[in-house]
Design a protein around this ligand. Structure first.
Ligand code: SF4
Ligand code: SF4
Length: 203
């Protein structure tokens, strides 16, 4: 088995639904810290959870928080495993100079929507991600960021109870502040669950 396949199995056995090995050699050294690959992985949120939120009910479990926590823990574990194999590896949690979304765009996983979330064709916005930067010699990929596929849709902007979303269509030069007013966001997740791409996923 190739290195990618071995580690993909290992990562999926530890709870991830998808894994990508992304080339990061084009990024500045202060961001990559000498690593050539970002191992990006993630887990989808359950259809039941999204449906419960969409129905305006309080879900029994805090699935977003729990899944995010699991992906962070998996990043730490994966970095440890790779270090043990002799490869410099750094678990990169959500905040930091290289966002999960930036790597996901290079993986061709989706586009950035007007809700400032990664929107995928398979899972809509219903996923949480984690990543590790590493020197391990994985075969890597690097896609051009996908153009947003929101079109005339404005659902997330309209359902946001606090007017945190500004309706801006993302491009490579767009900043987060042009898309949303972060301090107005109350993390209600309406922009995630009402996105038509997420609706398609839970069908
Ligand atoms: S999570 Fe809620 S408050 Fe935050 S941007 Fe989305 S809809 Fe608006
Ligand atoms: S709800 Fe519509 S506008 Fe918002 S991210 Fe989804 S497709 Fe784009």
């Amino acid at each position: 088995m190739e290195l990618n396949e071995i580690w993909e199995h290992r990562i999926k056995d530890s709870g991830a639904d998808f894994v990508y090995f992304v080339d990061i050699t084009m990024l500045p050294a202060d961001i990559t810290e000498g690593c050539s690959c970002a191992v990006l992985f993630g887990k989808t949120l359950s259809r039941e959870y999204i449906s419960t939120l969409k129905a305006g009910q309080e879900p029994k479990r805090k699935e977003v928080f729990n899944t995010e926590h699991k992906m962070d823990a998996l990043a730490v574990k994966l970095a440890d495993w790779l270090e043990t194999e002799g490869y410099k590896s750094i678990a990169k949690l959500k905040m930091g100079s290289l966002s999960h979304k930036t790597v996901a765009l290079r993986a061709g996983l989706g586009f950035i929507g007007k809700n400032n979330l990664l929107v995928t064709s398979q899972y809509g916005c219903a996923l949480m991600m984690g990543k590790v930067l590493t020197t391990a010699p994985f075969i890597t990929m690097s896609e051009m960021p996908k153009e947003p596929q929101c079109g005339d849709c404005n659902i997330c902007v309209d359902v946001c109870p606090n007017k945190a979303l500004l309706g801006k269509t993302w491009s490579v030069t767009t900043t987060r502040d042009e898309i949303m007013v972060r301090k107005l966001c109350i993390l209600c997740l309406k922009c995630m669950v009402w996105c038509p791409y997420t609706a398609e996923y839970i069908k």
